[in-house]
Design a protein around this ligand. Sequence first.
Ligand SMILES: *[C@@H]1O[C@H](CO)[C@@H](O)[C@H](O)[C@H]1NC(C)=O
Ligand SMILES: *[C@@H]1O[C@H](CO)[C@@H](O)[C@H](O)[C@H]1NC(C)=O
Ligand SMILES: *[C@@H]1O[C@H](CO)[C@@H](O)[C@H](O)[C@H]1NC(C)=O
Ligand SMILES: *[C@@H]1O[C@H](CO)[C@@H](O)[C@H](O)[C@H]1NC(C)=O
Ligand SMILES: *[C@@H]1O[C@H](CO)[C@@H](O)[C@H](O)[C@H]1NC(C)=O
Length: 952
Amino acid sequence: MYFSASLIGLFLAAVRAEPIDLTQYVLTDTGESNGGNTFAGVSLPFGMVKLGPDMFFGADAYSGDVTIGNFTGFSMMHESGTGGAPKYGVVSQMPVLGNITEPLANLNDTRVRPDITSVGYYKAALGSGITVELGATSRAGYYQYTFPTSNQSNVVVDISHVLPSYRGQGLSQRYLGGEISTSSNHYEGHADYDNGWNRAPLWTIFFCGYFDSGDTPSIVNTFVGQNDNTSQLVDYNTTSTVNSTARLGAVFNFGNATNITSRVGISFISTAQACDNVNTQIPAGTTLATLTSNAKQVWNDEVLSKVTTTESNLSNLQLLYSSMYFMHLLPSNRTGENPLWTSAEPYYDDTFTTWDLFRCTFALLQIFQPSMYEEYIRSLINIFQNEGYMPDARSSNFNGASQGGSNSDNIMADAYVKGVRGAVNWTAGYEAMQKNAEVTPLNNNDPRDLSSSTKEGRGALPDWLELGYITPKYGRAVTRAVEYSVNDFALSQVAAGLGKSADVTRYLNRSRNWRNHWNPEATSLNFSGFLVPRSIEGYIEQDPLQCGGCYWGDAYYEALPWEYSFNAQHDINTLIALSGGPETFVNRLEMMFTPNITARNAPFNSTIFNPGNEPSFNTPYLYNYVGRQDLSVKRSRFIAKSYYSPTPGGLPGNSDAGAMESWLLWNMLGLYPMVGQTTFLIGSPWFANTSISLGAGKALTMTTTGGSNDSSYYVQSLRVNGKKWTQSWVTWDDIFANGGTMNFVLGPVPANWTTGPSPPSPASEHSQYTNGSTIVQPGTVPMAPLAATLAKEAHRRKIMRDVALGVMGFVLLGLLAMVGWLWWYWTRRAKRATAEQGTDQEKGTTGAGKSPRKIEGLKALLLESRHRLMNLFKKKPCPLLPTKEERPKTADGSIGGDTFVDIEAEPPISEKKELRISVLEAFVDEPEPTEPWTPRGTNRRIHEIANERTEL
Ligand SMILES: *[C@@H]1O[C@H](CO)[C@@H](O)[C@H](O)[C@H]1NC(C)=O
Ligand SMILES: *[C@@H]1O[C@H](CO)[C@@H](O)[C@H](O)[C@H]1NC(C)=O
Ligand SMILES: *[C@@H]1O[C@H](CO)[C@@H](O)[C@H](O)[C@H]1NC(C)=O
Ligand SMILES: *[C@@H]1O[C@H](CO)[C@@H](O)[C@H](O)[C@H]1NC(C)=O
Ligand SMILES: *[C@@H]1O[C@H](CO)[C@@H](O)[C@H](O)[C@H]1NC(C)=O
């Protein structure tokens, strides 16, 4: 075995000696349209600089580029594949012809033909006749302009340029001010911005740019606008430095020069560092060809060559290498560029987001980029040490937003169980995880979900700790419950490694709490048992095919109850048991892939399974747990073949920083990671011969015989490291720790080769065959009254109360009339007794003294009746009536008024409980959706804008 492995190693070494340029297979516009939102400009792996175009087309351009619209600039920083709202698009240049009189007048230019883009190179042809070509290093960018002849050539540097958001959710980035200093052919300065998807506070970027225009020096004018957003110009002259919170920038005029290049560096630290970055990475005189060739070499050496194959199908090679490319754009390596604290630790930003990336991407980065991966873990810990929490998402040096659990825990555990040690301080790492698990983050009052923090950590922790489930008091309650369970499992795994046995028990127990949301009686499509919302009153009625608004304030985030009901990936055996046993589990999985079930996923045959969003990612592989590895292969192969292609529209959803591409890569390699565990589920490799380089001369080599991509992909038999293999899974140690071999025999029809043990289900104390009703007993948890029922009940109660009060009021009125009559009668008698007096007795000013005994008697009577009335309503004793003058003219006004108010505030004891429920649960605790559901994943709201389908 070792002999053959080393032979293959030799063979690969020989192959590598011939430099194959794998970048030829990378199509850098894959996923650029149809909602993929990928970045099609120029970048190195994890580059801080991502230089590319910014397009205006009337809706959000998440990565700057889309295939339609007008160019508004070419800027240095972008994300890739994200949704939500755009981030960055800053430090831009815009080439413009002619005499520029209004530099702030939303300068833009059309695109005359599709961009040309490849690894390390990008070219745009503008309607004005200008062409723009771009190159980049990790911290600097290069612009090469070709202007038409006999025109005035200008480059406008507008530092207020950002990628705006048009979604009206208050998520648009803002320019907040800055400074630019210019000299002929040079500029430097800084600019401040805030907001964007993670609602970041002010952050600053420094820049340093140089122009080379041959023999023609530039004439520079700076400009300042009226404020931070209008186009109104205030100053536009040759002043070399301007500094303001208003829009500002500079126009470089190069006369009739036609060939102009520019080198620009950026830094989060200082202009000096920005200049240093550009001068060391792109020294004066560097050509675009050199930069492109260097970039290709980096991508070849550090990324693409990690996987080699004998495959010759062009489309397959393009899918393979384009996918590898796009999963290496984010996060951004910002080591040495952290403006917030000084540390020797590595620093990564632009995790966008862990919620998207934890299932497939980080586990693949560990294999392809072990040193970067270790650095990333250290960076997570260092962020925790300096800011208090590891990020779930992070950009512009600010944590946020957390869509579900604290999923950095999963990445930490995955690294830990797979042996990542190196320079990682695991004591601190575990502290960071415990912070997530035990300390509720401060509410950042995000209008998307005011119920708890969206910034970091676990906002719904109070319920989780106190109840073991999450009530609708918190947004995304079910999503969070199942993800917190996975997170707690992650803690148990690291705790086990660190020898903290009490913590192992604590977190393993907590990791089972997802079961508290499992209503065995919830039914859908003839299956019963689903994850449902739960209040302190019991399970809440829920259609497993609906997720309401499916957004921040709702019970389920961006996916259906059906999808989330498969997400307890650490406790699959319990899930199988609760689902009705292995056979039913298979049928349930099959239902996920049955067409025409939900219109929600119309682009995907209307299956419940949604290939474009992460909560569905694991599902097609779960058949491995119940002896149907063939169905895992069948379903996952269908998804990969149907919804992915190496084309601009070739992704099923937002790339999500490479999450989609990573899912596809695992499919092509024939493995699938169960994150937080050492388990990899076995699929079916696409290629006859694939080798994954693991560094230090180690490799995993995979071969298939009898396979054909479209017709013959069922596993017939398998040898792992030369041994016959009968289980549908391998461990990290089997194939990755020291490398290994996997030799598959494939065929056109399924074969039952998985006679060995099922994959481990580490949090399960039940077998798959346990009767589910002994785990979660039907009827034990009652059903909470429906909000509608509660509202109806409250309404009925109110009517009854009103009627009762009406009757009471009527009786009181009668009483008062009698009292009034008595008064009148006594007064009349008193009047008659003192016939000579002509005083106005109604006012009782003088006449009162004439029959004091009778008046006092009446007073006492009135007072007593009032006391009685008050006692009737458990009211605090009313003050004595001091004088006749202060007595209300009509008692019913006073009594009636008080009565109504007080009954509202203090209901009779018997009613209290239910009233509180109806008010708090039905009307207050259910957070109002603060915005329309505009997902980051797929379930795309397809929008036709100028013939382009794009996600809003
Ligand atoms: C693009 O620019 C052209 C020419 O200036 C203009 O007519 C058109 O309206 C612009 N399109 C958009 C979407 O701004
Ligand atoms: C540019 O336009 C301004 C305002 O119309 C004018 O004053 C100036 O002379 C023009 N410059 C050139 C070089 O044509
Ligand atoms: C693009 O420029 C044209 C003038 O050339 C202007 O009318 C239009 O408003 C600009 N569009 C945007 C989106 O700024
Ligand atoms: C303008 O310059 C002053 C002095 O250097 C500096 O304190 C201030 O922050 C600058 N303002 C902006 C918006 O950059
Ligand atoms: C030029 O602009 C600067 C600010 O940008 C302003 O302070 C100065 O007064 C202007 N000069 C003229 C001559 O208008």
